[in-house]
Design a protein around this ligand. Structure first.
Ligand SMILES: [Zn+2]
Ligand SMILES: [Zn+2]
Length: 218
C-alpha cells in the first residue's frame, strides 16, 4: 500500500511538472483546465530552434508558434516551449568539397556538441543550401535531415518554394528525431511523414495519417 501511494505521488509529481496550473492539495489533484491536464499526460517536450543566419532567425521566430500548435494537434504531444536561440555561425569546415553547400550530417554533429541540456529537441535552421549522400548522388541538395530518435535535426529554407510551409519540414524532421518515426508506410501524399523521394511537395501535406500514428487506416 505504501508502495502504491508512493507511485501515485510520483505520477502526480509528473503531472505537476508539466502543467503549472495543476496543483496537488492533500493528495487531491485539482486543475483549472481539464483539457490541458489531459494533453499533458502525453509525451512532453521542449524544442530549441538554432538559427545559423539572420534570415533563418526571422523564419524561426515567425514559425515557432505555428510549430507548437501543429505538433500538438498532430500527435497529442505537449510542447512546453519553443525557444529561438541566438544566431550561431556555421564554420566553413562543415561545407562540402566544392564549398557550395553545408553537409547536413556535419551540421547535426556540430549540434550534438551544443549544450542543449534540459531541452529535448534541437532543430537547426539555415537559409543556406544543405546536402547529403542520397538517391545515388554524393552531394544531393535537401531540405532537412534528422538523426532518428536522437532529438537532433536540421532544416534548410533554401529549396523550400513557399516559406510559409516551413513548419512542415520542421514537423517532419521533428517526428523522425523525437518520436523515432519512420517515413509514411502508406506513402500518403497528404501525410507530413511521406518520403520526399528527392523532390518533396509540401503543398498537399497537411496532416499525419493513421498508419503513421500506429492506427490502422480504415
Ligand atoms: Zn503517414
Ligand atoms: Zn524524412
Amino acid at each position: 500500500m505504501k508502495k502504491l501511494s508512493f507511485l501515485l505521488l510520483a505520477v502526480f509529481g509528473l503531472l505537476v511538472s508539466c502543467n503549472n496550473k495543476t496543483e496537488v492539495q492533500n493528495n487531491v489533484l485539482t486543475t483549472n483546465d481539464t483539457t490541458e491536464y489531459l494533453d499533458c499526460t502525453t509525451p512532453v517536450c521542449t524544442i530549441l530552434l538554432q538559427p545559423y543566419d539572420k534570415t533563418a532567425e526571422k523564419y524561426a521566430k515567425d514559425v515557432s508558434k505555428t510549430l507548437k500548435e501543429r505538433i500538438e494537434s498532430m500527435d497529442y504531444i505537449c510542447v512546453q516551449q519553443v525557444k529561438v536561440l541566438p544566431i550561431k555561425q556555421l564554420p566553413d569546415t562543415l561545407l562540402n568539397q566544392a564549398k557550395t553547400r553545408y553537409r547536413a550530417t556535419k551540421i547535426l554533429d556540430f549540434q550534438k556538441q551544443s549544450h542543449y541540456k534540459g531541452h529535448h529537441v534541437i532543430i537547426g535552421v539555415t537559409s543556406s543550401d544543405i546536402s547529403t549522400s542520397i538517391h545515388g548522388y554524393q552531394d544531393y541538395g535537401i531540405q532537412g535531415l534528422a538523426y532518428m530518435g536522437q532529438e537532433n535535426c536540421v532544416v534548410s529554407t533554401y529549396r523550400l518554394k513557399n516559406k510559409k510551409d516551413l513548419w512542415k519540414p520542421m514537423v517532419h524532421e521533428f517526428f523522425h528525431a523525437f518520436m523515432h518515426m519512420p517515413h509514411c508506410p502508406a506513402d500518403d501524399p497528404t501525410c507530413i511523414m511521406q518520403d520526399g523521394h528527392g523532390k518533396p511537395n509540401w503543398t498537399k501535406r497537411t496532416k499525419i495519417c493513421n498508419k503513421c500514428l500506429g492506427y490502422d487506416a480504415q
